[in-house]
Design a protein around this ligand. Structure first.
Ligand code: KDG
Length: 323
């Protein structure tokens, strides 16, 4: 049975084989990516049953996506093949300093053609499930993908699932005004909203230099049941409506080889911890450790930890260190 349902576009990421500006990179490694798929794989590695709703093209890249999700143990019964459009691609650089440039080749892709009917056809996965995870990327893909997210939230509400939204603003996909309007309307329908301070600014009126605790409060005032702020290397904090603010420092990473996907790695471990009945503090600690593990490996999903790995990262004493 499905415990967690998610939907979105899983695409092929061609990740620079070396660090530096994209225009200088000649060799790329093939990975799978897509925020919701990253979270799905992260949850599956942590022992949770996840179902992914989406579309891939009838091409080799779609085969790669399907095989990878399946190999990770993500249920792909609701991942359909759309013969009329290609699997989406992104190319990205690897930078240790500053944000990584991304080039998308996904306009009109199979993944962007997701519809409310795709979600309705997966209604069986919602019955008996516990959690729905969506992100701000899917509503940016197309009007039908946006409706698909709405339909999923409706089904989750009817079936009593917890709904989480990672704001995940992607400025290459849509403008701030549109994102603010669409995501702002989704926030009050969610039990959990996750994001960076930057992203919270979009859907609330907090200023750029706001204290992250106040940003979390603004998100709860905007209607989120629980606000989770991802602060990168500084860790994370959460605020549940009517509860105390909880904050945990980041797990230091000696060499951050590829920061992309760290937010999804955090989210996967945070959701897993909540499903496992762990405390707000433990969820942040496990999320932070998972994010750190992701940053230490190339590709969005490569470093996603298993439960054993995460346990060791969270309480490192006791392991043998071989130098
Ligand atoms: O969170 C990581 C994602 O941004 C990456 O996997 C690609 O989904 C993606 C996107 O749209 O940027």
């Amino acid at each position: 049975v499905t415990e967690v349902v998610t939907l979105g576009e899983c695409l092929i990421a061609l990740v620079a084989a070396s660090s530096g500006p994209l225009a200088e990179v000649g060799a790329f490694e093939r990975h799978v990516a897509g925020a919701e798929a990253n979270v799905a794989i992260g949850l599956a590695r942590l022992g949770h049953d996840v179902s992914f709703i989406g579309r891939v093209g009838a091409d080799s890249l779609g085969t790669v996506v399907r095989r990878r999700l399946r190999a990770e143990g993500v249920a792909v019964g609701s991942l359909t093949t759309d013969p009329t459009a290609p699997t989406g691609i992104l190319l990205r650089e690897r930078r240790i300093v500053g944000p990584s440039e991304v080039v998308y080749r996904r306009a009109g892709s199979a993944g962007s053609r997701l519809t409310p009917d795709d979600v309705a056809a997966a209604a069986g996965s919602f019955a008996g499930a516990r959690w729905l995870h969506v992100t701000g990327i899917t509503p940016a893909l197309s009007p039908t993908a946006r409706e698909a997210v709405e339909t999923a939230i409706g089904l989750a509400r009817t079936n009593g699932l917890t709904v989480s939204l990672d704001l995940n603003m992607r400025r290459r996909l849509w403008g701030e005004a549109e994102a603010a309007a669409v995501l702002g309307a989704i926030v009050p329908r969610c039990d959990v909203v996750l994001g960076s301070v930057d992203e919270v600014m979009l859907v609330t009126d907090v200023p750029a230099d706001v204290d992250p605790g106040l940003a979390a409060r603004a998100l709860v005032d905007r209607g989120a049941g629980t606000a989770v702020l991802k602060l990168g290397a500084a860790g994370s904090l959460s605020l549940e409506r009517g509860g105390p603010l909880v904050r945990r420092p980041g797990v230091p990473v000696a060499v951050a080889v590829d920061p992309v996907g760290a937010g999804d790695a955090f989210t996967a471990a945070w959701i897993a911890a909540r499903l496992e009945g762990r405390s707000a503090e433990a969820a942040l600690e496990r999320g932070n450790a998972s994010g750190a593990a992701c940053v230490a490996a190339v590709g969005d999903v490569t470093g996603l930890p298993t439960t054993d790995e995460l346990d060791r990262l969270v309480s490192p004493e006791g392991g043998d260190t071989i130098r």
